[in-house]
Write a protein that binds this ligand. Structure first.
Ligand SMILES: Cc1cc2nc3c(=O)[nH]c(=O)nc-3n(C[C@H](O)[C@H](O)[C@H](O)COP(=O)(O)OP(=O)(O)OC[C@H]3O[C@@H](n4cnc5c(N)ncnc54)[C@H](O)[C@@H]3O)c2cc1C
Length: 401
């Protein structure tokens, strides 16, 4: 039976990046997953801090030509409600950056990770599915669906929402659903996007355009499930016109490329993010609606937390799962709750909720300090208080007692 220090189960974006990062930290790693299924037509906006990890892994030169910078992000209230919020614009230059992050198409990103994984001597790709897992005090035994078995000191569950690793570790989850689906597509347009991403908040959910290289953008269009199904049934010309109209023609004529895909929206949070010799990352640990580009960015922070905890440990202790759980709890729960609240505030017809949303966005539009804090928090979660303290001490000589 082959033994590895770490077995990563699942080779989506989270698992593939985790396997590379752990192998580069000097551990022997097995990456266990079947060959990838249907091509993923989505794109992922990775923010500045996540890109640091991509750079550390030596991937940036190959990714940059595929990706478009996000220099400006706009939120437009497209609700047509009584209380409408003003447009809020965030410029990366306000926080001293050229771009908040980059938008990367998932399919070529994943192919690149597959190729790079072959070049790492301490990383072994095992093409099979995990069938069963048993945890002992010293190691875990993973039985695969082709009859093989491997052992590992630590198992990283990156096997998506229906994670076998999570189930085998006896970790429960909380699931909830939203009356929404996301239609995802890419499109060409007449007017250059100038690296601006625009998120229209509509009563059915956000409609978010994100730049791609050249005069092209990706779209995540959250709407009621029957409306999403109707959008997928449109001809390419009809769909292009529907997208253009929703965008109030700000990018001129739209031409939808390829086939649109639809994803039902739901939320999920594991009740623990690690236990004994298992940890959970990516959608095995947390899933929520695609608002504000949070999902994979949070997964990359899972990976950074795991590698940083491991860096101090010559051998992997049997309580590693609990240590990781403590380290990830606050960040994951804060993101899950804030995305949930933002999504529900859009769906709510309750006037006080609409009022709070409108007042919040009004404050962001008119108070530069608040906007600045929000941008710092988005780029580097947990940093808003630190930024507030240094800004206050700079501006009014405020010092901590
Ligand atoms: C419409 C949409 C738009 C999004 N946009 C963004 C964005 O802009 N920015 C952002 O940060 N996030 C975004 N996200 C979230 C992001 O896409 C997800 O967080 C990410 O794709 C999840 O990756 P994952 O690797 O955790 O899971 P998955 O991609 O589901 O991968 C799971 C892997 O596990 C494997 N697997 C499953 N079972 C087994 C088994 N038994 N044995 C072995 N392997 C197994 C599968 O084959 C697969 O390889 C978006 C999500 C949606 C739905």
């Amino acid at each position: 039976m082959d033994h590895f220090e770490i077995a990563v189960v699942g080779a989506g974006l989270a698992g593939s990046l985790a396997a590379l990062a752990l192998a580069d930290s000097g551990r022997s790693v097995a990456l266990i997953a079947p060959v990838s299924g249907r091509p993923d037509g989505r794109t992922t906006a990775l923010m500045d801090r996540s890109l640091d990890l991509v750079r550390q892994l030596g991937l940036w030169d190959a990714i940059e030509p595929l990706a478009a910078p996000l220099s400006t992000m706009r939120i437009v209230d497209g609700t047509n409600r009584l209380l409408r919020a003003p447009m809020v614009t965030f410029h990366a230059a306000e926080v001293g950056l050229d771009a908040f992050g980059y938008n990367i198409p998932n399919a070529p990103f994943l192919s690149l990770l597959e190729k790079v994984a072959e070049t790492r001597p301490s990383l072994t790709r095992v093409v099979a599915s995990l069938a069963q897992i048993e945890f002992g005090t010293k190691r875990a035994i993973l039985t695969l669906d082709d009859g093989r078995a491997v052992t590992a000191d630590l198992v990283v569950g990156a096997d998506g929402r229906k994670s076998r690793v999570r189930e085998g570790s006896g970790i429960n989850v909380r699931n909830w659903s939203y009356p929404q689906s996301a239609v995802v597509l890419n499109f060409a347009h007449e007017v250059p996007h100038q690296n601006i991403s625009t998120e229209f908040h509509t009563p059915d959910g956000p409609f978010t355009q994100v730049p791609l290289p050249g005069p092209r953008s990706s779209l995540v269009w959250v709407q009621k499930p029957d409306a999403a199904a109707a959008a997928l049934a449109l001809s390419p010309e009809e769909l292009s016109l529907a997208v253009e109209q929703r965008m109030q023609s700000i990018l001129g004529k739209v031409t939808v490329e390829g086939t649109a895909q639809s994803f039902p929206l739901s939320g999920m949070a594991a009740k623990a993010f690690g236990k004994d010799r298992a940890i959970l990352i990516g959608e095995a640990a947390h899933a929520f609606p695609p608002i504000g580009a949070q999902g994979l960015n949070l997964s990359l922070r899972d990976i950074m937390a795991a590698t940083s905890l491991l860096s101090d440990l010559p051998t992997i202790p049997d309580d590693f799962g609990a240590r990781y759980d403590r380290k990830r709890r606050a960040d994951v729960l804060t993101r899950t709750v804030s995305v949930d609240l933002l999504n529900r505030s859009l769906l709510s017809d309750f006037l006080p909720v609409q009022m709070l949303r409108a007042v919040g966005l009004q404050a962001l539009a008119s108070v530069p300090l608040l906007r600045n804090l929000m941008m710092h928090e988005g780029l580097n979660p947990g940093s808003a208080l630190q930024t507030l303290r240094s800004t206050l001490s700079e501006k009014i000589g405020w010092q901590r007692a």
